[in-house]
Write a protein that binds this ligand. Structure first.
Ligand code: SF4
Ligand code: SF4
Length: 142
């Protein structure tokens, strides 16, 4: 297991709280994400495992000035079970989140891109069907 070096890494893992979100499906769900991101230091992202997460960027009160945990040994399970191999410091250069929303406008852009992708997919499907129909009709004429 990778060892932590609080002084070197500045304990990034102790500077935010993240909470799982249900996958957004409706307009109201995306409106809620816009509302989250309209708040200072609140972001939403979707990771590579398609999990939606709301992130509150705020340091833990148990962190001292030297980036050490004041309650080490009695710190919560959520901290002791965290795998440093996956932390931001040890995975520099690797982006875990596939989509990140830091402002309400990011949600609008995401939805617009998604709509465009859907309509392109639909058009491709229609073209494929049309070509298959033409091929079938040609075969009948022979
Ligand atoms: S309790 Fe300690 S290890 Fe856990 S987030 Fe706070 S400072 Fe970090
Ligand atoms: S998990 Fe990563 S960021 Fe957190 S203390 Fe360990 S090395 Fe630093």
């Amino acid at each position: 297991m990778t060892e932590c070096n609080f002084e070197k890494c500045k304990a990034e893992c102790c500077r935010y709280v993240s909470v799982y979100l249900d996958k957004p499906k409706t307009k109201a769900d995306f409106d809620e994400i816009k509302w989250f991101t309209a708040h200072k230091n609140v972001n939403v992202y979707r990771d590579h495992e398609k999990q939606w997460i709301v992130e509150f960027v705020t340091p833990c009160d148990n962190l001292d000035k030297k980036n050490m945990c004041k309650v080490y040994g009695e710190h919560p399970t959520v901290c002791s079970s965290y795998d440093p191999e996956e932390c931001t410091f040890n995975t520099q250069g690797v982006v875990w989140d596939k989509y990140r929303f830091t402002r309400p406008e990011d949600v609008d852009e995401y939805l617009m891109t998604r709509r465009m992708k859907k309509s392109l997919k639909k058009k491709k499907k229609q073209d494929k069907k049309r070509k298959a129909r033409l091929k079938k009709n040609k075969g009948k004429k022979k």
